[in-house]
Design a protein around this ligand. Structure first.
Ligand code: GLA
Length: 738
C-alpha cells in the first residue's frame, strides 16, 4: 500500500518510490498539508507547523480565544473561503443565500486500490503492473452541506501523484461555482523557488521561462478556450540552484484542453501557494442539489535530481499511463509525408498519387491528405463542417484513392477540423444556430471560420456521425485532428442566461465526448492532434492522440528551441516533427536529424526532389527506423540549451538498459578558427566501454570518460551540420595481469 493512514497522528503519508507527500487532519478538522519531497517514513511532521499570533490574519470562530491559529498562515490541502485566509483560493462558491463562504472541515476518508476516474474528463490509468492506490478525503461545509472530495492517486513506481477535486452539493438548492481548482499545494517556505513555465506564441510554442517568485500572485493561464500556443498547462516550481542534474523540482501538468489557470503566490510570510485548474475567468457553473462537479486532474511529480529527472518522470508516465493505443508501443508509427506544405489546397487525386509514388523512394510509408479534400474547400474561406468528399478534387472517390495508395504499398491518412464551421458551408446554412455567437452581436471571425457549440449534444452527435462515416468508408490508417482558431463568443443557444458561464467548460467536455465517439471507437487508427501546430498540446489530448503536431513552424533551427522546451514535459514520441522546404540553407540531413527529435515525417512536394535528395531522404527514413526504439522509448537528456549563446545544440536518448545511446549534435554557430568543442553525454554506465560512431572517427572509451571528458566535435565543417553519434556498449578487452 502506498498510502498509509496513521490513526493516532491522523496523518496520511502518500509514498511513491522516491517521494513522500504528507497531509493531516489538523486543528479543528481542517486538512493540513505537511510535506512534499524526497521519500521519508511515516512519522508525524506536524512539528513543522509553528503558530504565531499574526496580526490582521484572523482566527476561525471555534478557535475561541486562541489567536495563534489562522488559516492565513496554515499550510492546507484545500482552502476555505471567508475564513481568514486571504491568499489565492481553491474554491469560490456562491451559496443559495448569496454568500460566498465555504468552511471545509474533514468528515471522512477512504483508501482503495487503483486510480480514480472523473466524469467526462480524461485521467491517467493504472496498468496491471503498476502499484496505484487512491485516497479520497471528504471535507464539508456544515452550513451549506457542500462537500468537496479531494482525490489523490499515487502511482508508486512512476513517482507521480494524480489529483483532482469533486464538488457535491448536499444542500437543497442550486449553488454557483465561480472557481474550483484541481490542486492546492502549500509550501511553508518557498522563497528559494523559481517558477518555470513554457510560454510561446503561434509558430513558437513552448519556449522556456524561469523567473524568481516575488511577493504577488503569478498567473500562468490560457483564456483562449484551448490550452493554447501562448501558455502550456504545465508549470514547475524549482529550487533556485536546480539545474539539469541537481536540485528540487516540483512539476504540475494539468490534464485539460481548455482555458486553464495556474496561480502561484509568494505571501507575506514567504509561504508559497500553488493552485491549478479550470480558468475562473468568464466561468461560473451551476451545481444543482444532489449534483456534483469534477475538476480536471493534475499530474504532480517531485525529484531532487534536477530538471532532467523531472522530465523523465513525465516522459515515462506519458508513454505508459495516458493512452492505450497500440501505436504507443506495439505498432511502429510509419514515416509519413503530409501534403499541406507540398500543395496547400491545390491538389487532386492524381497529384496525391504522384506525391505518394515519388515519396515511396524516400522511404515514406504513409501519405496524409491534409486540408482541402471535403465540401467546397479551395481555400480557407469555405467548406468546414461539410465532412463529405469533394468529388471535383477526389474524382475517383475516397475508397478508390485509398486503394490506389495501398496498392503502392503505402498507408493513407486524412485531415479533419471537426469543431469548426465556415459560414460558406452546407452545415452553417442548415444550422446557423449551432455556432457560438452572442445574440445581437456578430461572432469574431478567425481564419474566416466560426466555432461550433461543441457543448451541445446534437452538435456532438453530428460530428461523431459525419467523421465516422468517412473513417469507415475507406482503409484509413491515420487521422490528423486540427483546430485552427481560439474560442471567443462564449454563448450557447441551448442554455439559459444564468448558465452561460458554463459554455467554455461544456465545450471541453463535449469535445472529449466527440473524441471518445471517434477515436476510442477506432482503435486501429492512429490519431495525431493539431491546433494550428501545438496550440492544444497537453496531457489530456495525449490520452487520445499518440502524437501532436508540434508547430506550423517547420524551420529546423526554430524547432531546436521548440523541442527543447517541449521536452521538459513531453516525450520525443509525442512531438510531431517534419522535414520541410523551409530554411534552404540547412542541409536535408540536418533537417532530418532535428525532425528525429520527434515523430519523423516529411512535409514537401516529393515530386520536386531530385534523385540525390530522394536517396538522402531514404537514408534518413532508414535511420529513423534504426533508432526508433532508442528515440521513442529511451531516457532523454538535454545536453545544450539552445536559448543560450551556444555553438552546438545537442540532446541524447539512452536505452533503458544503457547499452546504447544516440547523441545528436547540431552545429548552430561555428566561429572561424575557434576552439575545440566537446559534448558530454549523460546517463551512461560509468564502467562500461562504449564504441562511439558518427563523425568518421572511432572512439572507444568508458562511460565515465565520455560523460566527464566529452566527445570532441569536428570543427572544419559547414554550419548547420548534424552529427548523430551512436554509442554502443562493447565487451571490455580481456585485461592482462602483469
Ligand atoms: C493548420 C495545421 C497545418 C495544416 C493547416 C491546414 O495550420 O497546423 O499543419 O493542417 O491547418 O489548414
Amino acid at each position: 500500500m502506498s498510502i498509509i493512514y496513521h490513526e493516532k497522528q491522523k496523518t496520511f503519508s502518500l509514498h511513491t518510490r522516491k517521494t513522500t507527500y504528507q497531509l493531516k487532519i489538523g486543528n479543528l478538522n481542517y486538512v493540513n498539508h505537511l510535506y512534499y519531497g524526497a521519500r521519508i517514513g511515516d512519522e508525524d511532521l506536524s512539528y513543522l507547523i509553528r503558530r504565531y499570533d499574526r496580526g490582521f490574519s484572523g482566527n476561525p470562530y471555534d478557535s475561541l480565544k486562541e489567536r495563534t491559529f489562522s488559516l492565513d498562515a496554515q499550510p492546507q490541502e484545500f482552502t476555505s473561503q471567508q475564513q481568514g485566509d486571504f491568499r489565492i483560493s481553491s474554491i469560490e462558491v456562491q451559496n443559495a443565500d448569496g454568500s460566498f463562504s465555504f468552511n471545509g472541515r474533514y468528515v471522512s476518508h477512504r483508501i482503495y486500490k487503483g486510480a480514480f476516474t472523473l466524469s467526462g474528463l480524461p485521467t491517467a490509468f493504472a496498468r496491471e503492473c503498476d502499484t496505484v492506490d487512491t485516497l479520497e478525503i471528504e471535507i464539508e461545509d456544515a452550513v451549506t452541506r457542500i462537500r468537496v472530495t479531494l482525490l489523490y492517486s499515487v502511482f508508486e513506481e512512476a513517482d507521480i501523484i494524480m489529483r483532482a477535486a469533486r464538488v457535491y452539493n448536499g444542500g437543497d438548492k442550486e449553488v454557483s461555482l465561480k472557481r474550483i481548482m484541481s490542486v492546492n499545494v502549500d509550501f511553508m517556505n518557498g522563497s528559494n523557488l523559481d517558477l518555470f513555465s513554457l510560454p510561446g506564441r503561434y509558430g513558437q510554442e513552448r519556449q522556456v521561462e524561469r523567473q524568481p517568485l516575488t511577493h504577488h500572485v503569478h498567473k500562468i493561464r490560457s483564456g483562449r478556450g484551448i490550452s493554447s500556443h501562448q501558455q502550456n498547462p504545465f508549470i514547475a516550481l524549482v529550487e533556485k540552484k536546480a539545474n539539469e542534474e541537481y536540485g528540487a523540482c516540483y512539476g504540475f501538468a494539468l490534464m485539460y484542453s481548455g482555458s486553464f489557470l495556474a496561480e502561484v503566490e509568494l505571501d507575506q510570510y514567504d509561504q508559497v501557494r500553488l493552485v491549478m485548474g479550470v480558468n475562473d475567468r468568464l466561468f461560473s457553473y451551476g451545481v444543482e442539489a444532489g449534483a456534483f462537479f469534477d475538476t480536471p486532474a493534475v499530474l504532480m511529480t517531485y525529484t531532487h535530481k534536477g530538471l532532467s529527472r523531472m522530465s523523465r518522470n513525465y516522459h515515462d508516465f506519458f508513454r505508459t499511463n495516458l493512452n492505450r493505443s497500440k501505436f504507443i508501443r506495439d505498432v511502429r508509427r510509419p514515416v509519413l509525408i503530409n501534403t499541406w506544405e507540398a500543395a496547400f489546397f491545390n491538389f487532386d487525386d492524381v497529384k496525391l498519387v504522384e506525391i505518394a509514388k515519388a515519396a515511396k523512394g524516400m522511404g515514406v510509408e504513409m501519405i496524409v491528405m491534409d486540408d482541402g479534400w471535403f465540401g467546397k474547400r479551395d481555400d480557407d474561406n469555405s467548406g468546414l463542417g461539410d465532412w463529405y468528399v469533394n468529388e471535383k478534387k477526389i474524382k475517383c472517390g475516397l475508397t478508390n484513392l485509398v486503394e490506389q495508395i495501398n496498392a503502392l504499398g503505402m498507408k493513407f491518412g486524412i485531415w479533419f477540423e471537426p469543431e469548426m464551421v465556415s459560414e460558406d458551408s452546407d452545415l452553417f446554412r442548415a444550422h446557423p444556430d449551432w455556432v457560438m455567437e452572442i445574440p445581437g452581436r456578430h461572432a469574431v471571425r478567425s481564419r474566416n471560420q466560426l466555432v461550433l457549440d461543441v457543448g451541445r449534444k446534437e452538435v456532438q452527435d453530428y460530428l461523431i456521425e459525419s467523421v465516422n462515416r468517412i473513417l469507415d468508408s475507406a482503409n484509413i490508417y491515420y487521422v490528423k485532428w486540427d483546430i485552427n482558431r481560439a474560442i471567443t463568443d462564449l454563448w450557447s443557444n441551448v442554455l439559459p442566461p444564468e448558465r452561460q458561464g458554463e459554455v467554455s467548460h461544456r465545450y471541453v467536455l463535449g469535445l472529449y465526448r466527440v473524441m471518445d465517439g471517434i477515436i476510442k471507437t477506432h482503435p486501429d487508427i492512429m490519431f495525431e492532434g493539431c491546433a494550428g501546430g501545438g496550440g492544444r498540446f497537453d496531457p489530456a489530448m495525449l490520452t487520445y492522440f499518440v502524437q501532436y503536431w508540434s508547430s506550423d513552424n517547420t524551420k529546423p533551427l526554430d524547432n531546436l528551441k521548440l523541442h527543447y522546451g517541449s521536452s521538459f514535459v513531453y516525450p520525443v514520441c509525442t512531438m510531431g516533427a517534419h522535414v520541410s522546404e523551409a530554411s534552404p540553407m540547412v542541409p536535408l540531413e540536418t533537417k532530418a536529424a532535428i525532425a528525429m527529435c520527434g515523430t519523423f515525417g516529411y512535409e514537401l512536394d516529393a515530386t520536386k526532389l531530385d534523385e540525390k535528395e530522394i536517396i538522402a531522404c531514404r537514408k534518413m527514413s532508414d535511420l529513423y527506423h534504426k533508432y526508433y526504439d532508442l528515440n521513442f522509448f529511451g531516457d532523454y537528456y538535454r545536453l545544450a540549451d539552445p536559448f543560450e549563446q551556444v555553438n552546438l545544440v545537442a540532446w541524447e536518448c539512452v536505452a533503458k538498459d544503457r547499452q546504447q545511446a544516440i547523441v545528436t549534435v547540431i552545429t548552430v554557430n561555428l566561429t572561424v578558427n575557434g576552439p575545440q568543442e566537446y559534448i558530454h553525454p549523460r546517463g551512461l554506465k560509468p564502467d562500461a566501454l562504449y564504441k562511439v560512431e558518427g563523425d568518421g572517427s572511432e572512439i572507444v572509451a568508458t562511460g565515465m570518460a565520455l560523460m566527464h571528458a566529452g566527445i570532441p566535435i569536428p570543427r572544419e565543417i559547414p554550419e548547420f551540420k548534424a552529427f548523430i553519434y551512436h554509442l554502443t556498449a562493447v565487451d571490455a578487452p580481456a585485461q592482462t595481469v602483469s
